[in-house]
Design a protein. Structure first.
Length: 190
């Protein structure tokens, strides 16, 4: 019985580590003039009952820090582009099927779930997945010019420092794609 519990625990840990990565994608208007972009500001974030407003501030701080390190300047007065943030989270379930072929595991104990014909077990891992979208909108035309998206498992950290570190990691990964875009169009922002 102990080996069965240990195996279940190890599977849950491995499955949890498997979803800890931050998945990032981006898109942009190929006709947009990114070389002219120097200043930015944030658009108001819609109030959502399931979003932590402290995390909204952390995200804005992370975006501001990343963009300022690339040579952009935040200004409330007539910015070149505005940043719209979209946040969402949803419940997810991951299923893992494990087959016991009746051999010894790495701990040297026999797994006795049945005969050696391949007994199957299903493990369920439930978690929250969060999505952060950063849209860069031309301040004059109100046209979307660049979009970065990060998706990852939401971690319920016990302290603000860990939350801030995870948010900084996600924002940095999103804006790394802006570096690639800027490098081709404007070397002054790299």
């Amino acid at each position: 019985m102990k080996s069965k519990r240990l195996l279940i625990l190890l599977n849950l840990i491995v499955m949890g580590l498997g979803c800890s990565a931050i998945s990032v994608s981006y898109d942009y208007d190929t006709k947009a003039d990114f070389a002219s972009l120097k200043t930015f500001n944030f658009m108001p974030v819609p109030v959502q009952s399931n979003i932590n407003t402290l995390n909204v501030k952390r995200i804005q701080d992370a975006v501001r820090n990343q963009l300022e390190s690339k040579g952009y300047t935040q200004t409330p007065d007539n910015p070149d582009f505005q940043i719209a943030m979209h946040l969402s989270k949803q419940e997810k379930t991951r299923f893992k099927e494990v087959t016991n072929w009746g051999y010894t595991n790495t701990l040297g104990r026999r797994i006795n779930w049945g005969d050696n014909t391949g007994t199957r077990r299903i493990y369920v891992y439930e978690y929250e997945e969060g999505t952060l979208i950063l849209d860069f909108v031309d301040a004059q035309s109100k046209e979307l010019s660049w979009r970065g998206v990060a998706t990852a498992e939401i971690r319920h950290y016990t302290n603000p420092e860990k939350r801030e570190k995870r948010i900084n990691e996600a924002v940095q990964k999103i804006l790394n794609n802006l570096d690639r875009k800027s490098t081709r169009l404007n070397s002054s922002h790299t």
